[in-house]
Ligand binder design. Structure first.
Ligand code: HEM
Length: 387
């Protein structure tokens, strides 16, 4: 097993490679990632919570991009909440919090239940869970969260996805990225004019941020962040959790009997973490597991490896649906702890409860295809059937 970050396509290879990384007492340098790989739970926790490790990695993410492309993306990345440090991070996060508060979540919960009831009514006995539910549900929820007027919703999603997607092939897609950015900007300007009352949740928070000195570019950048951060992550959680429960019928029975969906979701997050890695940059010289780090060194925190660290989790490689406590790091930890964690949990719980309440759902393929990525982990397709 080489000491590097593998793609998440094959579970056995992935988790063997993670075990090898954890067995090294100090973080391992990866030439390909241009970063130190941090795999132990304790070290990942330190990097997520200690101020010596900064989130201001926009310049690193932009390095190597052609000038014009970097220009377009710089304006967005350097304003996104996940890439900011205090005090700007603290101020912006505070302003966005109400969009994810109890009242909003209650509203979104009702929305999710209604959406699912309608979708399940329209499905045959065989379907692809990813295409029919795990993909479209988070999109519908994000539209509702943003609260644009009905006619403009799909536009915002499409444009945010186009902008983020273009980063995969930035030079070729520069035109598309700029067009998407302009389109979104126009949508937001229209939605945020003081006379426009449409939408409560996120738009209201963005308006409040504007009143506190955040610029239109900040609002645009963070709308893109939320539309992007809330989609595939949640799709993957729904797919992974459903797959894990289908694969472990005895555990599914125990969960169903106790209505223990929340703990099954936490264990799915731990066992097959939708976000496998996050990055930080050293703001100052520091030491991690005996390794000297210099200011400017990048650390790649392998959440998926930390979540299977046997020094924290008994039978770390086993799916134990009723595991408690479960100190996984799938939503990170510290100041940047996922803002949408409750919203993602709520969606996954509603899906599992609805799917398994109807009785013996079964998988039609012995092993699903996993997405080929070093950042995300999720199943591409999950064919299921109700007998
Ligand atoms: C299962 C689903 C999800 C997973 C696994 C996940 C994971 C994460 C992780 C690991 C981070 C920390 C990034 C870092 O520290 O560098 C994060 C941050 C964030 N997530 Fe999520 N996320 C999920 C769903 C969502 C949803 C549904 C939304 C919004 C609708 C969302 C919005 C955000 C935002 C805005 C941040 C930045 C928070 C900050 O920097 O203060 N996420 N997420």
């Amino acid at each position: 097993v080489t000491l590097d970050l593998p793609s998440s396509t094959r579970a056995a290879d992935l988790y063997d490679a993670y075990a090898a990384l954890r067995s090294s007492a100090s973080p391992v340098w990866s030439e390909r990632q241009r970063a130190f790989l941090v795999a132990r739970h304790a070290d990942v926790s330190t990097c997520l919570t200690h101020p010596a490790f900064s989130s201001a990695i926009a310049p690193i993410a932009l390095a190597g991009l052609p000038g014009a492309v970097a220009g377009v993306y710089r304006g967005v990345l350097q304003r996104q909440l996940d890439l900011l440090d205090p005090p700007r991070h603290t101020a912006l996060r505070q302003l966005l919090l109400p969009a994810f508060g109890a009242q909003q979540l209650e509203h979104l919960h009702a929305f999710v239940k209604a959406w699912l009831a309608e979708r399940l009514r329209g499905l045959g006995s065989r379907f692809d869970l990813i295409r029919e539910i795990a993909e479209p549900l988070p999109l519908a929820v994000l539209d509702e969260l943003l609260g644009l007027p009905a006619g403009r919703r799909a536009d915002a999603q499409r444009q945010a996805a186009q902008f983020v997607g273009a980063l995969a092939e930035p030079a070729a897609c520069l035109g598309a990225a700029s067009a998407a950015l302009e389109g979104l900007q126009a949508l937001l300007e229209e939605a945020l004019t003081p006379s426009e009352q449409a939408g409560a949740g996120l738009l209201a928070c963005l308006r409040a941020a504007a009143a506190r000195g955040f610029m239109p570019a900040d609002l645009l950048a963070n709308t893109i962040l939320i539309l992007a951060a809330g989609h595939r992550t949640t799709t993957n959680l729904i797919g992974n959790a459903t797959w894990l429960l289908l694969k472990h019928p005895e555990q599914r029975a125990a969960v169903t009997e106790r209505d223990a969906w929340p703990s099954a979701i936490e264990e799915s997050l731990r066992c097959e973490s939708p976000v496998q890695t996050v990055r930080r940059v050293c703001a100052a010289a520091s030491r991690l597991g005996g390794q000297e780090l210099r200011a400017g060194d990048v650390v790649l925190l392998v959440l998926g490896a930390a979540n299977r660290d046997a020094s924290v989790f008994e039978h770390a490689d086993r799916f134990v649906a009723l595991r408690s406590p479960n100190r996984h790091l799938a939503f990170a930890a510290g100041a940047h702890f996922c803002l949408g964690a409750q919203l993602a949990r709520l969606q996954a719980q509603a899906v599992l409860a609805a799917l398994f309440a109807r009785g013996a759902l079964r998988a039609l393929e012995p092993d699903p295809h996993w997405i080929d990525s070093r950042v995300e982990r999720g199943v591409e397709r999950l064919l299921v059937e109700w007998p």
